[in-house]
Design a protein around this ligand. Structure first.
Ligand code: TYD
Length: 139
């Protein structure tokens, strides 16, 4: 079972340089899982949100590479809202957490590193089903 206390803000290395700064992520070194997939969310129209689901098995690391957005996380008991607005830190979210991305700033770019390849069967899209699995101690 996972809860909001398993969420981690992970600060990444930042190599500052007058020519421009540089940050990096190595699988299993800077984040606690092996990266199976990377995707990014961009061109989000004002007022739109993405996500609004949980995963049964997938772990992920979410970074606002550019601009800002809010991450709402919910473990069935507690909800928290975190703002992402720097390219040198991100949020580790384990499986079993309902998460939603919203308040994207204009031209923001959100990168998500996942522990699994895309699998529609790993999604929980029904909040009541999610709550039941949490309350039953299954997720
Ligand atoms: P989804 O993860 O459902 O995003 P949201 O919860 O914000 O709607 O992804 C939207 C669509 O994109 C979905 O139909 C499946 C597809 N998709 C892939 O094919 N591969 C991927 O890696 C991801 C993240 C999504």
């Amino acid at each position: 079972m996972t809860s909001i206390s398993d969420i981690r803000i992970i600060e990444l290395s930042r190599i500052e340089d007058p020519r421009g700064n540089l940050s990096f992520i190595e699988s299993e070194t800077h984040i606690p899982f092996k990266i199976a997939r990377t995707y990014w969310i961009y061109d989000v129209p004002g007022g739109q949100s993405r996500g609004g689901h949980a995963y049964k098995n997938l772990h992920e690391f979410i970074v606002a590479i550019s601009g800002s957005l809010d991450l709402e996380i919910d473990d069935g008991k507690l909800k928290q809202r975190l703002q992402l607005n720097r390219s040198y830190y991100g949020i580790y979210v384990p499986n079993g957490i309902w998460r939603k991305l919203e308040n994207f700033s204009t031209n923001s770019l959100c990168m998500i590193l996942s522990s699994e390849e895309y699998n529609a069967d790993d999604y929980l899209r029904d909040y009541d089903e999610f709550l039941k699995l949490k309350n039953d101690g299954i997720l």
